[in-house]
Design a protein around this ligand. Structure first.
Ligand code: AHM
Ligand code: MG
Length: 343
């Protein structure tokens, strides 16, 4: 592409597709449908304070949490639009306990979509940034119908992943395994325009992001790691703590500024032995993005992208961000403190 100025996300997708000989355009059509869903969600999020859409519905999602109306709206919008995309064989949503099958009459495709329709929704009433996270996989099984194994694929099998951030502006950040690109929605023309070509995460940063309210629940390794980050040392800065409590927003800041976000296992809280965040809907897609930007994502013991999913709503501890901070966390989780001592 001669100049990146004024490049729309569709142009960008097409140019990426042109680099893959034999591409049929199915993937571009699929992503375009998702982008349209996000534009509609963004419109609704932006007028959330103006209409009677806020408030609880009284229902609970599969995680036992109360579902807010905008979550339902986002979920329904994506499901309805993607059902008619003709590119999918099955979907999975954080808001649905079961796989979402295509309607019987719908033409099926070769892709699988996993998504968190509106992450961070407990922040909606306070006008805090929230987001949609997505992960696209290729169907592995033979035949027209899907198998559970098509949904339960490790992160390294993803063909694309990214998120939409509904913040002070609406952004789309995605990867197809060829770097990470960011687009900002120009609401006057309704287009996502390339604003962040080739995003690269700094190799280290000065911010950690974690809900330190859970300090007493965390294990010794987590506490030792964060203690190290927050205390002065001759060879290191004192890290600032920034925690919005909205994953897409916390992740996006980490991607741009560097540092580390973590949602560790709550070893002393039986409700969250594996942390809170879901492997397939939140951790795997963000791991793909961060790795493509030069960062890393780990459970503390294992690369997130290599975790083999056992169930749709599986949760994993996550440490994600700049490569140096994530590598250091893995040292602490292995019980080693070599780089910490004398630092
Ligand atoms: P959600 O998918 O139900 O919105 O929950 C996920 C959110 C993330 O956005 C955020 O990182 C996390 O929950 C915050 O949890 P906590 O309040 O326990 O710190
Ligand atoms: Mg979520």
């Amino acid at each position: 592409m001669a100049s990146e100025i004024g490049v729309t996300v569709t142009q960008h997708l097409l140019s990426q597709q042109a680099q893959h000989g034999g591409a049929t355009g199915a993937f571009t059509r699929l992503l375009n449908e998702l982008i349209l869903s996000a534009k509609i969600i963004s419109r609704e999020v932006n007028k959330a304070g103006l209409v009677e859409i806020l408030g609880f519905t009284g229902e609970r999602n599969v995680q036992g949490e109360r579902v807010r109306k905008l979550d339902e709206f986002a979920h329904d919008m994506i499901v309805r639009r993607m059902e008619q995309s003709r590119q999918l064989c099955v979907m999975g949503s954080e808001e649905d306990a079961d796989p979402i099958e295509m309607p019987p009459h719908a033409e099926k495709g070769e892709y699988v979509l996993l998504f968190d329709p509106l992450d961070g929704s407990s922040n909606i009433d306070a006008n805090v940034s929230i987001g949609t996270i997505f992960s696209i996989l290729r169907k592995q099984s033979q035949g027209v119908d899907y198998q559970m194994g098509d949904l339960l694929q490790p992160g390294f099998k993803q063909v694309a992943a990214g998120y939409f951030l509904y913040g002070s502006s609406t952004m789309m950040v995605y990867t197809t395994g060829n770097g990470v690109s960011g687009f900002t929605l120009d609401p006057s023309v309704g287009e996502f325009l390339l604003s962040h070509p080739q995003i690269e995460i700094p190799s280290s940063g000065k911010i950690f992001s974690a809900n330190v309210g859970y300090w007493d629940y965390w294990n010794e390794d987590t506490r030792a790691y964060l203690d190290y980050l927050r205390k002065p040392g001759p060879k290191k800065p004192v890290y600032s703590c920034r925690y919005i409590g909205s994953l897409v927003a916390d992740f996006h800041r980490t991607l741009l500024y560097g540092g580390v976000f973590l949602y560790p296992a709550d070893s002393k809280d039986p409700r969250k032995p594996h942390g809170k965040l879901r492997l397939l809907y939140e951790c795997s897609p963000l791991a793909f993005v961060v790795e493509q930007a030069g960062g890393a994502a780990s459970t503390g013991k294992e690369r997130i992208m290599e975790v083999s999913p056992q169930e749709l709503h599986q949760r994993v501890p996550i440490i994600i961000g700049s490569p140096e901070e994530v590598a250091l966390a893995e040292e602490f989780f292995a019980g080693r403190r070599p780089r910490a001592e004398g630092a």
